[in-house]
Design a protein around this ligand. Sequence first.
Ligand SMILES: *Cc1c(COP(=O)(O)O)cnc(C)c1O
Length: 476
Amino acid sequence: MPRCMPEPYRIKMVEPLRMTTREYRQQCLDRAHYNTFLLDADDVYIDLLTDSGTGAMSDRQWGALMQGDEAYAGSRSFEHMCESIREVMGYSLIIPTHQGRGAEHLFFQNFIQPGDILPMNMYFTTTRAHLELAGGEFRDIICDEAHDSQSDFRWKGNVDLDKLDGLVEHYGSARVRAISMAPDVNMAGGQPFSMANLREVRAYCLERGIKVFLDVTRIAENAWFIHHLEPGYEQFSIKEIIREICSYSDGAWMSSKKDGLVNMGGFLAFMPGEEELFAKCRSQVVVYEGLHTYGGMSGRDMEALAVGLREVCDDDYLSCRHSQLELLHGLLLKAGVPLVHPCGGHGVFVDAKAFLPHLDQDEFPAQALAAEIYLEGGVRGMERGNVSADRDPVTGRNRRPRLELVRLTIPRRVYTESHLEYVAETVIEVFARRDQIRGLKMTWEPEKLRFFQAQFEPLPAERQLSAAEGMSASAG
Ligand SMILES: *Cc1c(COP(=O)(O)O)cnc(C)c1O
């Protein structure tokens, strides 16, 4: 009996993978300064770095590529993309961008005024970076359960309305002009919000004239949870649920590289009523992205996205994807590996604090663990913890978030059950020798989004950072 739901597709083309030796991987890791983002993909066996742009397209999408209209202005492919977005999500005012952060850039530069407070259900790295670049401030209004890896609460992506109300009371709706919600909250471990929560948030905001903007990057994966687990929603299709989610918003941005099922692309979209903001953003897209009918995407990419947005609404595809995630989550759980619960919508998140309790958070346990998993079996994951959280802009200190995670992200329609079993075995091997794993020291970091490029080296074996710091303090 297969442990995963059999895939509702078969393989038409293959891409060879290369296994390497441990000695070779140690050299690769040294060259990459212990940052999995700096490894060459050819040196990776199973690549679970991200689900962003790493999915496999269908034969229909490849067919659609051939029909791309590469006209500079007024491309027919742009029209096809807009029709698909309107059909699936209901947004009618659409601006294409090269990827998600291009849309975030346009949105925040044109919507945010310096001093604005933007409450969000946790944060996403590029979203917060663009918010802060525009002079806004982020506030976390996600429910407390989201910060607790052991809580089994199913709707950890939910907004805590008391937290939102506290901010509105404190700052007033002149500074809290909008809130933003992301489905399938990445930094919380791929955790969904419920429709009931979104509806409540929308009602609260409507009463006070506060806008709601969504980051719809993983909206189909959140819709799957609602369809299968929220009472009353099993009778609605995934597409109907997506439409309902979007109907509670004034606009949204998307990285199409995730639930758009394409390798590149994004967009910014608004509901009727937001014509003014739409016009501002649209007049700027030509400065930063490209003409307003392609915005950094080629015609063929827009055609593939038009197909991908409809394909992602298939419940069989989403159920199979979720069963892959549950398989990996279940195998690791059985072996006692500490994980974020419940299993998320796009990856399995290992709790690095509990995995490596002997390391201080400023010795970057999740960064160290991601490196060890690569060394063990050529499996590439990524850090989602103290490095990803960046420094506090006021104090300059590491933010030391409560969640210190390694994300094993499953690309869409790419790997099979046996690949995932191999991944589980690799992580379990590392777990068996966890006591010997050393922390890391950051030797270089860029100013923003440091996790992409920061460099590290292992701390000396005898004692870790705290002791080393104590020595230099006494010497000085
Ligand atoms: C990936 C992502 C983005 C940024 O999109 P890019 O296409 O990588 O620029 C924004 N929000 C969320 C939730 C994401 O996962």
